[in-house]
Design a protein around this ligand. Structure first.
Ligand code: PGA
Length: 250
């Protein structure tokens, strides 16, 4: 059985005070979330604050990216060894905002994925098609290409130690959510592609849906066979909404 998982992706949001308040709100409601695992991926500069506050709680934390170099002249970047100092468990890699706004290629994402695992983090690998791909019926091709880039570089067994997040780019932050059937179809395609290479990895890996997930649509999505939880942006910034989704996953 795959343990359901909800991950909050705070993106570039929050302040010292607002984060304290948000975490207090989430922690207060987490007692009811007995089965699902819950994670928040926070801006680098708040990792110290978040790690101190969440130490010893059931709420895990992670970062939103990692550079694939160990150290050196990479202005503005953060390495795996730096993240290690803050006891991150998870690291998002290949988020569509990184791919589209900051030019991260499939190869870059694969390099970051491997570094995340080398440092002992669980990569949350994001895949998903643009609106134009979706409209041209290219969803499966795009997602398969993004997935194959990681498998080709890191190997199929590496997928057993990661989380995959299918995030149709047209659904991110738009309020336009994929239907449970649309999402399930892509999740099933991902799982069957993995099963051809290693059935155990396919059965074991958790595949999250992301893109305008809210408390009122989370249940129908997570109920689908191959949807194991959610990667949540906007709705992870309000404790009540995030907890609503955690309860749906639970
Ligand atoms: P959203 O973002 O929930 O605000 O659509 C999801 C994501 O980008 O991970």
């Amino acid at each position: 059985m795959r343990r359901p998982l909800t991950v909050g992706n705070w993106k570039m949001n929050g302040s010292h005070d607002s984060i304290n308040e948000l975490l207090d709100g989430i922690l207060a409601g987490l007692g009811a979330v007995t089965k699902a695992e819950v994670v928040v991926c926070v801006p680098y500069v708040y990792l110290q604050q978040v790690s101190e506050k969440l130490k010893g709680t059931v709420l895990a934390w992670g970062a939103q990216n990692v550079n694939d170099n160990d150290a050196g002249a990479y202005t503005g970047e953060i390495s795996g060894s730096m993240l290690k100092d803050f006891n991150c468990r998870y690291v998002i890699v290949g988020h569509s905002e990184r791919r589209t706004m900051y030019g991260e290629s499939d190869g870059d994402v694969a390099a970051r994925f491997k570094v995340a695992q080398a440092y002992g983090f669980v990569p949350i690998l994001c895949v998903g098609e643009l609106l134009e791909d979706h409209e041209r019926g290219m969803t499966n091709e795009v997602v398969a290409r993004q997935l194959d880039a990681i498998i080709g570089d890191a190997g199929i067994n590496a997928i057993g130690d990661c989380v995959i997040a299918y995030e149709p780019v047209w659904a991110i932050g738009t309020g336009r959510v994929a239907t449970p059937e649309q999402a399930q179809e892509v999740h099933a395609m991902i799982r069957s592609r993995l099963a051809h290479l290693n059935p155990d990895v396919a059965t074991q890996v958790r595949i999250l849906y992301g893109g305008s997930m809210k408390p009122d649509n989370a249940g129908d999505l997570i109920r689908m066979n191959d949807i194991d939880g959610g990667l949540i942006g906007g709705a992870s910034l309000k404790a009540e909404d995030f907890l609503g989704i955690c309860m749906a996953a639970n």
